[in-house]
Design a protein around this ligand. Sequence first.
Ligand code: 13P
Ligand code: ZN
Length: 269
Amino acid sequence: MSILDKNKAMKAEVRQVAEVAGYLWQKGWAERNGGNITVNITRWVDDAMRALPAISEPLPIGKTLPHLEGCWFYCKGTGKRMRDLARNPMANGSIIRILPDCATYEIVADRLVMPTSELPSHLAVHDYLIAKGSPYRASLHTHPIELVALTHCHKWLEKDAATRMLWSMIPETKAFCPRGLGMVPYMLPSSVELAEATIRTLDQDYDVVMWEKHGVFAVDTDIMNAFDQVDVLNKAAQIYIASKNMGFEPEGMTYSQMKELSDAFGLPK
Ligand code: 13P
Ligand code: ZN
């Protein structure tokens, strides 16, 4: 028996996380325990859930995040595999609630699965999103092969160099990832410094940022939309690489084609 059985809306949200976890594995982006997902599920919490006892001690977040007071999250478990989460999300993830000090949390359901090691980044980003009144409630970290490969070359780490190239590979990229791809220099995985750099970069008006030589971090209204943004960007990177493998530098859409697209779809310039 899962607590989700009593809450249809929350069950649907967690089922969507499981569906995306399956896609991440199928894409080859989720080796072993690679990647993590958190979703702010506060709006689905009912009185029955609020009455649940904690199943863990209070645990430190590593930061004080004042906007997370009273918030609840579904989190992938640390060391857990996306391919296992796809089949059984509550054995490979857990539900946590933030305690009133906004610096600790406790696990509420279903099992004592410790949340992802990237919790500082995920929760700091949720805190930032709430503070700015964003409708975004889901964050995704994953290891997409071609996008990570790009970050091994200095030229693509320059601000918006990769964005411009990726947008020009296929019109859908700018249409469905209109804010492009921010760059965060290499930092130790799961560190508070990485969390802070991620927020600084998201705040330059990106929904998707690259962690150099590691992976992407994407935010959106729900986890399917966050996945879609990463998927269109990685598809563009694959087209670039396919052209290079055929022995030529891809032309890319021209400036006037990009301008026409931006005007037609009402996209930022
Ligand atoms: P977790 O298993 O702790 O979620 O870590 C996976 C990962 O990709 C770390 O960057
Ligand atoms: Zn990672």
